[in-house]
Write a protein that binds this ligand. Structure first.
Ligand code: HEC
Length: 226
């Protein structure tokens, strides 16, 4: 159900964006007559898409609950601005306003894709990866090994809280978008690593977002949730 809503939300936003783009092109190329025809013919398109966009988006926001990232709220406010600006822009054939609506729409589309207001996909651990862990050799003291494991789990926890908590919850049981309870997962470490790299359905693939050692760290951390 949630996944369906997420997919419909993306489809609706894409349709809204394409329609806005189409009308803007007509306006900017001074095809006002055609623009008016399109507007009269598809008079209901914007209000319907707008309501659907807000309804599906609002529902997704509700699913996130108190953990909704700030960018989702900013998106909501911007969408509430775009709809009236767009309506007035095409009614009054005002190019500046149409441009604003268009730019704002592209902006929130980008924000949604990147999941951040500044489009930075930064992993919270970017710095840690450039600082390689010391090699563990056969004659290392067990104390050093366990300290290393502690570092890995600490790293794993940070990544978990930054990337995974929003769907899986702090304790692994949140189940947003029907994600399974991670405390009940039967996957072993290897399988979890493979899963996190590939992602599935709504769950993003982390292969290109996180380094190999970050993925291993977060996969190891999942045992701590049990
Ligand atoms: C956007 C939501 C979302 C995010 C973010 C997310 N997951 Fe998931 N995760 C899911 C969903 C949904 C599934 C179930 C997918 C399916 O079976 O189709 C899942 C499944 C899993 C599974 C498989 C569990 C099992 O036993 O089947 C693991 C392990 C997992 N996620 C770990 C993580 C880790 C680690 C992160 C962060 C690096 C993460 N997830 C981020 C939504 C998410």
């Amino acid at each position: 159900m949630e996944i369906g809503i997420l997919h419909s939300h993306v489809t609706i936003v894409t349709l809204f964006l394409l329609f806005l783009l189409f009308k803007s092109i007509l306006l900017f190329t001074n095809k006002n007559q055609l623009l008016n025809k399109v507007r009269t013919k598809f008079k209901m398109a914007d209000p319907i898409l707008g309501v659907l966009m807000l309804a599906t988006g609002g529902y997704l926001l509700y699913l996130y609950g108190a953990e909704a990232p700030t960018y989702l709220w900013v998106k909501l406010i911007i969408v509430l601005l775009i709809i009236p600006i767009g309506i007035v822009a095409f009614k009054k054939e005002n190019k500046a306003m149409a441009l604003i609506a268009l730019l704002l729409t592209f902006y929130i589309y980008g924000v949604s894709e990147a999941g951040s207001l500044t489009f930075s996909k930064e992993s919270t651990l970017a710095e840690d990866t450039s600082d390689p862990q010391p090699e563990i050799s056969m004659d290392d003291q067990p104390g050093i090994i366990s300290q290393n494991m502690e570092n890995v789990l600490e790293t794993g926890k940070e990544i978990y809280l930054a990337e995974c908590k929003k769907c899986h919850g702090k304790d692994g049981k949140k189940g947003l978008f029907k994600s399974p309870d991670l405390t009940q997962s039967k996957l072993n470490l290897e399988e979890r690593i493979a899963w996190i790299k590939k992602g599935k359905g709504v769950m993003p693939a982390y292969k290109d977002q996180l380094s190999e050692s970050d993925i291993e760290a977060v996969a190891a951390y999942l045992d701590e949730l049990k």
